[in-house]
Design a protein around this ligand. Sequence first.
Ligand SMILES: [Zn+2]
Length: 202
Amino acid sequence: MDTPGLADVIRYVDPDPAAPTAVLTFDDGPNPPDTVTLLDLLAREQVTAVFCLVGQQVEAHPDVVRRIVADGHVLANHSFRHDNLSQLTPDAVRADLTRTLDAIHAVVPDAPVPFFRAPFGHYGHAIVVAAELGMRTLDWQLAVEDWVPPGVDELVRRLGGVEPGGVVLLHDGGGDRSQTVAAVARLIPRLRGEGWAFTVPR
Ligand SMILES: [Zn+2]
């Protein structure tokens, strides 16, 4: 395999304007209660998503990680404590991502972790190291700055920028993410009403 680089990060999954899909990804958790509220919503709506887990959050909330996996969602490694990995040597990146994988597998031993998402979207050596550890790098087509957060109406407006196949960056962790959950609750029926479906990379 050629060495993977920025051209290989995933921003779209099977884009098809005739049958548009969106990929919902949630970073920085698990983070109850917002993650639990979100899981309830996704279960009700029968939407599968990607959860990009932070290792120390996994250790703090293992029960929520078990629920994420039991509900059929896809996992990504989002580093152990959300450091900027672009500042680190390859060995240090490997240590961080391995520690995070170990934390996840201590809770859900059989769950695959096929993806890596870089904290802050900063890469350095992380794309290559993630690939060596069996993970493809998941970037995004649309970010809506829900980490601010700007209000539910504004989030829903910004989410209108999703393109067919687009990977949407959202956050269930890192602070109070109730606005994100409320915006997703409005986004799902709206997109479905316009003929969209939801998918995940595999
Ligand atoms: Zn993050």
